[in-house]
Design a protein around this ligand. Structure first.
Ligand code: DQA
Length: 137
């Protein structure tokens, strides 16, 4: 089973960025936990602040991986190009958001990506990534 977690802009700052919203743990720490938790899964991680690089990674993994766990950050609310990339591939995508975007500003309530994803896990903190992997398993 091959799964990739793809994180979008500003998610490289987890642990530092608005910890009251996103928590105190860095993604690297959490990823080490996930690797321990899922020893039989080939688990990869990619983060970029650049829309095109996220699309390149979705295309690159979208025909050979068993699952993509995607938190596109603010691109969720703006990017038709990422939505199209999700439609273009065969690998199922689970959309994850750490915070409950529906409890925040109105501009975070709409996702261009959700209709093209297999499902969404929203507002459960970093646990959402773990639940998405369990779903693929
Ligand atoms: C986020 C929610 C987005 O609205 C925001 O732009 C992010 C993080 C989340 O994981 O809660 O960067 O995707």
């Amino acid at each position: 089973m091959k799964i990739i977690i793809i994180n979008g802009p500003n998610l490289n700052l987890l642990g530092v960025r608005e910890p009251d919203i996103y928590g105190h743990e860095t993604f690297e720490e959490f990823f080490a936990y996930l690797q321990q938790e899922f020893p039989t899964v080939t688990l990869h991680y990619f983060q970029s602040n650049h829309e095109g690089l996220l699309i390149d990674k979705i295309q690159e993994t979208g025909f050979s991986y068993d699952g993509i766990v995607l938190n596109a950050g603010a691109f969720t609310h703006t990017s038709l190009a990422i939505a199209d990339a999700i439609s273009a591939i065969r690998t199922p995508v689970i959309e994850v958001h750490i915070s409950n975007v529906f409890a925040r500003e109105a501009f975070r309530h709409h996702s261009w990506l959700s209709p093209n994803c297999e499902g969404c896990i929203i507002g459960l903190g970093l646990k959402g990534y773990e639940l998405a992997i369990r779903y693929f398993l």
